[in-house]
Design a protein around this ligand. Structure first.
Ligand SMILES: C[S@@+](CC[C@H](N)C(=O)[O-])C[C@H]1O[C@@H](n2cnc3c(N)ncnc32)[C@H](O)[C@@H]1O
Length: 455
């Protein structure tokens, strides 16, 4: 028997039972639905002091029913008589390390894999997560230790040969986030879509730009970091993988609420060589929550009302009135980031500032599991929140640390004021103005597209 505490009543069946939370997340069904199946005798279970335990064989059967839409349960787990211990989060399994005290995570940026760090965090300590993970099949980050995933693979996030593997690994990160996020917390998950077309995984924007302009001395056969277009069960060369939506569907199966899919309209996006479709000029921000009700301060961010008609609330009654500001909409426009130090995929400061104004109060703990150059952490500091971030590349951690000395200034810009809690180096409106001024000049147009870049 696995994961059964000594004082639990062990049923007579020669089978393994797992915690109902694990069962729900791994099968992709809601706990409520599992209870219904129990009532109608469709799955085996038993009760402990702490809750329900569900028969592993039934979890496997249910997960099998969800395929191909549900990919959290790794293929190999469907055929084992006991679940791999690495899949179980909510039981007494040793997988959850001894948690450190909450204060250990205040105002720090650390080196390492975010899953390892989350294992050390107490449950329900994070108010808001604002992050941008590596996108699938886009970039090769500088050398770092490979991550060991619950499905047994050992690879960096974003470098999986298939988009399905990437979604499964993202959902593994989500399962850990679900434990550390407060019930009234929010996750803002920035992600771009990727084409199934074969592609080079470039190490830097400079390398990408050079290749884009035809200045390259590498050939497809010799280039070490690449992904292929063939081999997927349904995606064809040139298909959009719809990866942000696969991740969103997966999050719903894990029990998260997908409350909004925001389009980040990137006005100064890099030109693309393709001639048979419009240039992609947006990414997505998934707003995920753990509960139906959560902290959201809608009046902290508004936008200009074009028609002049806005909804006003008076003593619970809603009326249409004339006004200059309306509720924020789902298309957001920021310029892409100005360079912060050496990080090539930083997002603009205004993006996490907006998310955090909407979802935190001063003193709340903000987490960025993929901190990069520390943009989210800088935004949290400006808004006098507590912050914790990690990155698997040590060099980026040092960059974040330097940046956090004066969070509203770009690392390679002039750093005038130092920042400390309660004495910010800029006001919210100053920051907004400054980040809008941070726009980069446009890129040069390229000479001639190469076939592998015709996504
Ligand atoms: C898109 S970048 C984040 C950029 C960040 N938003 C910024 O503004 O600078 C993704 C980051 O995730 C880091 N990373 C990749 N896998 C990781 C993991 N398992 N744990 C922690 N960090 C990881 C990469 O090194 C990279 O810096």
């Amino acid at each position: 028997m696995l994961n059964v505490r000594s004082n639990d009543i062990i049923p007579s069946e020669p089978n393994t039972y797992i915690d109902v939370q694990d069962a729900a997340e791994l099968s992709g069904f809601a706990v409520r639905h599992l209870r219904k199946l129990i009532k109608s005798d469709q799955i085996k279970y038993f009760k402990t002091e702490k809750g329900l335990m569900i028969c592993w064989a039934d979890v496997q059967r249910l997960a099998g029913q969800q395929k191909p839409f549900w990919v959290t349960l790794p293929e190999n787990a469907l055929f084992t008589s006991t679940p791999p211990a690495s899949l179980l989060l909510y039981t007494d399994s040793n997988e959850v390390d001894v948690h450190h005290p909450l204060e250990a995570f205040y105002d720090k940026v650390v080196h390492g894999n975010c899953i390892d760090w989350m294992r050390r965090m107490p449950s329900q300590c994070i108010q808001s997560v604002v992050t941008s993970p590596p996108y699938w099949g886009v970039r090769k980050y500088p050398d770092s230790e490979k991550i060991e995933w619950a499905d047994g693979s050992s690879i960096n996030l974003g470098e999986e040969p298939s988009v399905d593997g990437y979604v499964a690994h993202t959902l593994e990160v989500f399962r850990h986030l679900k434990r550390v996020l407060r019930d009234d917390g929010t996750i803002w998950w920035n992600l771009g879509d990727t084409y199934q077309t074969r592609a080079y995984l470039r190490e830097s924007s400079t390398e990408r730009l050079r290749a884009f302009e035809g200045d390259r001395n590498d050939t497809w056969s010799k280039y070490p970091n690449k992904r292929y277009s063939s081999g997927h069960s349904y995606l064809k060369d040139k298909d959009l993988t719809l990866v942000p939506f696969l991740v969103a569907i997966g999050a719903e199966h894990l029990g998260f609420y997908v409350r909004s899919i925001i389009v980040w309209n990137k006005e100064n996006t890099i030109p693309e060589p393709t001639i048979d479709r419009p240039t992609t000029a947006h990414e997505y921000i998934l707003l995920l929550t753990k509960s139906r009700f959560y902290k959201y301060y809608e009046d902290q961010e508004t936008e200009a009302s074009i028609t002049g008609e806005v909804i006003k609330r008076n003593n619970g009654k809603r009326t249409f009135e004339m006004g200059t500001k309306r509720k924020l909409r789902t298309v957001w426009q920021f310029p892409t980031s100005s360079r912060h130090g050496d990080h090539t995929a930083a997002f603009p400061l205004e993006l996490p500032l907006r998310c955090l104004r909407l979802s935190t109060k001063p003193g709340d703990l903000v987490f960025d599991p993929f901190a990069g150059s520390g943009t989210t952490l800088a935004a949290a500091k400006i808004l006098t929140c507590r912050y914790f971030g990690c990155d698997i590349v040590e060099e980026f951690v040092s960059e974040s640390e330097r940046r956090l000395l004066a969070p509203s200034k770009p690392l390679n810009g002039k750093q005038k004021n130092t920042d400390n809690r309660g004495a910010r180096d800029t006001t919210r409106s100053e920051v907004r103005q400054e980040t809008l001024l941070d726009r980069k000049p446009g890129y040069k147009t390229r000479k001639k597209p190469t076939p592998s870049e015709q996504q």
